[in-house]
Structures are given as structure tokens and as C-alpha cells.
Design a protein. Structure first.
Length: 151
């Protein structure tokens, strides 16, 4: 997925099994953020930044949607534990991550594995990608502010 591309209509299912569609957010901008794993330090910091900035993001016209390859049950626990006010897509088959180009080979401590690259897509009211925050761009503790000040 690149700047100028149209996001897919069906984004996936949330923590409650509800299908999330692009058309559900007609007339709103979307901050669609992909993160590696529920309840890990960086992912928790990012989610809490978005939670704490949620009111300002909504005021700026953004709906926030998170996505990782964790299960619906894992997402429900993550949302409850951190009181997240936005849905999390359970992309267990990593179809959405692949469609957005954020699924690939990673390495940690010399071990190679497949996973999600922390990436945020800002999607305009027409469903078109306007900005992409790559893993190198994202500051997890300040991510809400980064979105709010994006050009």
C-alpha cells in the first residue's frame, strides 16, 4: 500500500468478531495502525499514547483502528487492561498486514521470523492513503501527537 492507494473495503474483524469496513467510517479520516503484539512494552506504549490522545484525534476527525495478528480474545484482554477506546482488528491470517505490505521477515537476537512491521496509515475521508509512518518514523510514546501534527 502506497500513498494515493485506496484502502480495501473490508479491513477485518475486531475483538468482538464484528466486520470492520471502510464504509463504516465514511466522512472520517482513519489512523490505521499496525503493531506486532498485544501487551508487549512498545505496543502497549503506542496503544496508550493513542488512548491518551484519543479525544484530540477524534476532534481532528480521526477514527483510530489498531491491527495485529493476535486473536480476538487477546485483543479483548488488551483493550480491557489498558482501557482502549478503539477497535483492534484480529488479523490472525495476516491478510490485512500483507495487503498493506507490513508483513515480512524480521530478526531478533539472530533469530529470523515472520511478523508485522509497526506502521501507521493515515487514510482520508475518501478511503485513500495520505500518509504512512514507517517503523523508523514512529515514536511509540508520542504517536498520537505525531498523527495530529502530520503534514
Amino acid at each position: 500500500m502506497n500513498i494515493g492507494d485506496k484502502a480495501p473495503e473490508i479491513l477485518g474483524t475486531d475483538e468482538n468478531g464484528k466486520t470492520i469496513r471502510l464504509s463504516d467510517y465514511k466522512g472520517q479520516k482513519i489512523a490505521l495502525y499496525f503493531y506486532p503484539k498485544d501487551n508487549t512494552p512498545g505496543c502497549t506504549s503506542e496503544a496508550c499514547s493513542l488512548r491518551d490522545g484519543y479525544h484530540d484525534l477524534k476532534e481532528a476527525g480521526y477514527a483510530v483502528i489498531g491491527a495485529s495478528v493476535d486473536s480476538e480474545a487477546s485483543h479483548r484482554k488488551f483493550i480491557e487492561k489498558h482501557q482502549l477506546p478503539f477497535p483492534l482488528i484480529a488479523d490472525t491470517a495476516h491478510e490485512l498486514a500483507e495487503a498493506f505490505g507490513v508483513w515480512g521477515e524480521k530478526s531478533m537476537c539472530g533469530r529470523k521470523y515472520m511478523g508485522v512491521f509497526r506502521t501507521t496509515f493515515l487514510i482520508n475521508e475518501e478511503g485513500v492513503v495520505e500518509k504512512i509512518f514507517t517503523p523508523k518514523d514512529i515514536k511509540v510514546k508520542e504517536h498520537a501527537r505525531q498523527i495530529l501534527t502530520a503534514k
